[in-house]
Design a binder for this molecule. Structure first.
Ligand code: BGC
Length: 397
């Protein structure tokens, strides 16, 4: 028995500029990767050369049967210096959008996916209040140039990861560890979402706009409930609450967060399965928990804008997605408004501080020739997308 999903449910694959384009030397991440002691395993270099090969990538995604292709704009290409906009870069992204339409796949555009131009980074990156105006202006200029071709937009991808990893743990650009700064950055990101949301709605085109958030399932031993609530409120609800009334909320879930009795994150359960490349728990149940929490807090329609696993063994990927989709199916059975599922990622790509080791892709990429080779999971998930069905083994799970 299989379960057919509601009409209009969309299936997608995703990527992000810095992780696949290559040569994004003019942003804070490139600078960070090249900083000794940053902890980065690799530099992004040519990435997947998608800057030039995007027609192949879009054709691959469309050919596999997906409805949407999610990609991000590289702010540092479109605005290489403060206030200086590149007509050529704007035209490039317009061509990408047009290619999606020509190939029959709907483009989902992310306006900020972790990277900020160097000129903004030099002024303090997300810690500098002016970033809100600067980011809004970038959104206005971009949407004016190609808003008519956008099918759906995300303002800022995982603002809670930008602040947590960039300003608290120091694992991501700009590598800061400062609690006071972290608080400020959160505020700027939240304000930038609100302002850019309005800017995108005011521009040409008529498409849903939302925020995509990193979410998880949360666990604490008995007695830790208060600490868990505090941590979740800071990491998730701070960003969820102000999105109430947005067109949608984008849910992204990969693993579980464990909070100890001291209110701080704990290591993964030593007895449970882990995703070795990422050092976190194998926890497909996170998707269901995240969808339910996002709807509880916002009341918005949900699109799953990222879910996936970074493993070499493709059979494990199929198992993980099957289990995650079972949770999505339970949400639908309960009448929750979930409108789509996007797998992260189409390609094996630059996994930030972890470099090229984690393989999230449905498609592998030869690091010397950039040749793309679909894995079995690509055809498997594409077939579900075409049929608009949950996998048989997920039903009743
Ligand atoms: C990010 C992606 C990343 C993925 C897998 C999300 O946090 O949006 O850029 O590659 O997770 O770790």
């Amino acid at each position: 028995m299989s379960v057919t999903l509601p009409d209009g449910f969309v299936w997608g694959v995703a990527g992000a500029a810095h992780q696949i384009e290559g040569g994004n030397w003019n942003n804070d991440w490139w600078a960070f990767e090249h900083t000794p002691d940053s902890g980065c395993v690799d530099v992004s270099g040519d990435a997947c050369d998608s800057l030039h090969r995007y027609p192949d990538d879009i054709a691959l995604a469309a050919g596999l049967g997906f409805d949407t292709y999610r990609f991000s704009l590289e702010w540092s290409r479109i605005e290489p210096e403060d206030g200086e906009f590149s007509r050529a870069a704007l035209d490039h992204y317009r061509r990408m959008l047009a290619t999606c339409h020509e190939l029959g796949i709907a483009p989902v555009v992310t306006f900020h996916h972790f990277t900020t131009p160097r000129w903004m980074a030099d002024r303090g990156d997300w810690a500098e209040p002016a970033v809100v105006d600067k980011f809004t202006r970038f959104c206005e200029r971009s949407v004016a140039h190609f808003g008519d071709l956008i099918a759906m937009a995300c303002t800022i991808n995982e603002p809670n990861i930008v602040s947590l990893m960039g300003y608290l743990t120091g694992r991501f650009a700009p590598g800061r560890r400062d609690f006071a700064l972290y608080g400020k950055v959160n505020e700027h990101l939240r304000d930038a979402h609100r302002r850019s949301y309005e800017a995108l709605k005011a521009g040409p085109g008529d498409f849903p706009v939302g925020l995509t958030l990193s979410m998880s399932d949360w666990y604490t031993p008995e007695g830790g409930e208060e600490g868990l609530e505090r941590a979740r409120a800071m990491h998730e609800d701070f960003f969820l609450t102000p999105t109430r009334g947005d067109d949608y909320i984008g849910v992204q879930a990969y693993t579980r967060t464990r909070i100890g009795l001291d209110g701080l994150p704990m290591d993964p359960d030593p007895d449970g399965p882990t995703v070795e490349s990422m050092g976190y728990e194998y926890w497909p149940q996170s998707l269901e928990a995240a969808i339910r929490h996002a709807i509880d807090v916002t009341g918005n329609p949900v699109y799953v804008t990222e879910n996936g696993i970074g493993v070499d063994d493709d059979a494990v990927r199929i198992k993980f997605v099957t289990e995650a989709l079972a949770g999505l199916g339970r949400c639908l059975a309960d009448g929750l408004d979930v409108r789509g599922y996007t797998y992260w990622s189409l390609l094996d790509n630059f996994e930030w501080a972890e470099g090229y080791k984690p393989r999230f892709g449905l498609v592998s990429v030869d690091r010397d020739t950039f040749e793309r080779t679909p894995k079995p999971s690509a055809a498997w998930l594409g077939a579900l997308a075409r049929a608009n069905e949950l996998p048989e083994s997920a039903v009743g799970a």
